[in-house]
Design a protein around this ligand. Structure first.
Ligand SMILES: [Zn+2]
Length: 135
């Protein structure tokens, strides 16, 4: 048996998808809701898996600096040069900036910060999320 906690964080981002035939091939934005799920077999001396405010502290900087109010684009997207040319904030990704790949990116950042993360869920709309989970 393990203890699980989930911390929600909010950020806004724009993106568009390459090699995709549909509405999301056009630039648009989301008010994303991120769920960071941490787990531990034992609780610390405070009775916690992890302090909720420390989850925020470790990830909020990265999210604010790199993702919030930015266009997330695949690095070969022709829109990159156009936006950078007018001084817009762009975050480049090797893969398509889908909710799936953004969730994976944040999972890797959480692991790099040594958080005991087991899953990242990114709610792109109130009805749809992508999850990246370590099996
Ligand atoms: Zn979208």
């Amino acid at each position: 048996m393990k203890h699980h906690i989930v911390k929600r964080l909010h950020f806004s981002y724009g993106h568009r998808l390459m090699d995709y035939d549909g509405k999301c091939a056009h630039a648009h934005g989301h008010n994303g809701v991120l769920e960071v799920e941490l787990c531990s077999e034992k609780l610390d001396h405070r009775g916690m898996v992890y302090d909720f405010s420390d989850v925020k502290k470790h990830l909020k900087g990265f999210i604010d600096r790199e993702l919030d109010h930015r266009m997330l684009l695949r690095e070969d997207d022709p829109m990159v040069a156009a936006l950078e040319g007018i001084g817009e904030r762009v975050f480049l990704m090797k893969e398509n900036p889908t909710a799936e790949n953004i969730a994976k990116l944040i999972f890797q950042e959480a692991r790099a910060k040594k958080l005991p993360v087991v899953a990242i869920r990114l709610w792109e709309t109130p009805d749809a999320f992508a999850e990246y989970r370590e099996e």
